[in-house]
Ligand binder design. Structure first.
Ligand SMILES: C[S@@+](CC[C@H](N)C(=O)[O-])C[C@H]1O[C@@H](n2cnc3c(N)ncnc32)[C@H](O)[C@@H]1O
Length: 273
């Protein structure tokens, strides 16, 4: 019998190369300016939480920009947390901690603002996770969640082998390539009110990719395959899958896209009677 690979906190992309991949694709200054700035500028001496902070790309930029707020990033991977803390050395108002989103080491009603990008697609119990974010969010505090929907939508059609890998990851790990459309329900189920929602195109490929983008996809496939090989130990099949997928990315005729959902929620103030 093969080893049991999933627990609620398992991240199948955990790998020594993952910190570098996340940092290279983060585009942190753009993300902060576009999605966080308008929230953070209206706060004074606020406590901010990033859930699933990876190797700290956003914490680094935020710490440099907002010296009067304090920032905490949590991540399930000890390796990512070490990388994040190395990135914010000298910024005493910023730190990363190893913790699970399902069990946050903070009191109730603690944070003024929480954000979370590209974590929900990997969560096995997203409503439970959102309830935990609700618990640590202050009344009138906000939660911004961003994630993808329709990942790996392609024309000509998504290759059969890729569909097989996605299905395997769904069944084995809870990976959800269509999580974006569900974020609204998760927030409401955890008692948040949705105050803003938007959808944009992401992962756009019409014709060719630039080389860095292609390399990042290759790295993503290599890291994911480390996990896939444990469940489907057929080296020839995984090698063929990789070659076929990368060839379709190189193909000038392939169109690839996904949708980026960004939702902002508020924790309503409860009047005691
Ligand atoms: C795709 S990365 C996103 C990192 C960063 N937010 C970004 O957008 O670049 C997902 C991160 O969530 C972390 N993670 C996965 N499951 C987690 C859990 N249950 N609790 C906390 N962090 C988790 C992973 O270790 C990984 O660093």
């Amino acid at each position: 019998m093969r080893e049991v690979l999933q627990t609620k906190d398992m991240y199948f992309m955990d790998d020594p190369r993952e910190g570098d991949r996340l940092y290279r694709k983060a585009n942190a200054k753009v993300f902060v300016a576009k999605y966080l700035e308008s929230h953070l500028e209206n706060l004074t001496n606020a406590r901010i939480l990033e859930a699933g902070c990876g190797s700290g790309a956003f914490l680094q930029v935020l710490g440099q920009t907002y010296v009067n707020h304090s920032f905490v990033g949590i991540d399930i991977s000890g390796e990512r947390v070490r990388e994040a803390n190395a990135r914010v050395i000298g910024q005493t108002h910023v730190k990363a901690m190893q913790a699970s989103i399902y069990q946050l080491p903070f009191p109730d009603n603690y944070f003024d603002f929480i954000y979370c990008r590209f974590l929900y697609e990997y969560l096995q119990q997203p409503i439970e996770a959102t309830k935990e974010l609700f618990r640590v969010c202050k009344p009138e505090g906000k939660l911004l969640v961003q994630d993808l929907d329709g990942q790996f939508t392609m024309y000509p059609e998504t290759p059969a082998a890729l569909k097989k890998v996605i299905l395997l990851l769904k069944n084995e790990t809870g990976f959800d390539p269509d999580v974006g459309r569900k974020l609204f329900t998760f927030g409401k189920s955890a008692s948040f009110s949705c105050v803003h929602a938007e959808i944009e195109a992401y992962h756009k490929k019409f014709g060719s990719f630039d080389e860095e983008n292609y390399r990042l996809w290759e790295l993503k496939v290599d890291i994911a395959l480390e996990y896939v090989k444990k469940v489907l130990p057929d080296a020839k099949w995984t090698e063929n899958f990789k070659n076929e997928f990368l060839a379709s990315l190189r193909d000038e005729n392939t169109v690839l896209f996904s949708n980026l959902f960004t939702l902002t929620f508020e924790k309503a103030y409860m009047h005691s009677s």
